[in-house]
Ligand binder design. Structure first.
Ligand SMILES: [Zn+2]
Length: 93
């Protein structure tokens, strides 16, 4: 899995830039600190230039800790989808 990612990065430079949707998918691991260093770096780079995502991370942080207080389950998929569409709307020019 990690090897495939490295190959992808090397061959498809353009798509190595993260999109907001990827941020959403990786955020749980990002906040856990369990992402590979390279992925964390790319995520940080995206956050540095994307204020909707910064706001999203802050919101998500609060959501995750709220959910974890209740149980160890993951974010409900319905909530996750709503967060994703919220983000995509924010990013629309
Ligand atoms: Zn973004």
């Amino acid at each position: 899995m990690a090897q495939a990612c490295l190959i992808e990065d090397a061959e498809v430079k353009v798509s190595s830039e993260m999109r907001c949707r990827e941020i959403v998918d990786l955020l749980v691991d990002y906040l856990d600190g369990s992402l590979p260093p390279e992925t964390t770096r790319r995520l940080d780079a995206h956050l540095a230039g994307c204020s909707p995502c910064i706001a999203f991370v802050n919101t998500y942080r609060g959501t995750v800790s709220a959910v974890r207080r209740l149980s160890e389950t993951e974010i409900p998929s319905e909530l996750r989808e709503r967060l994703i569409s919220f983000l995509e709307n924010q990013n629309r020019p």
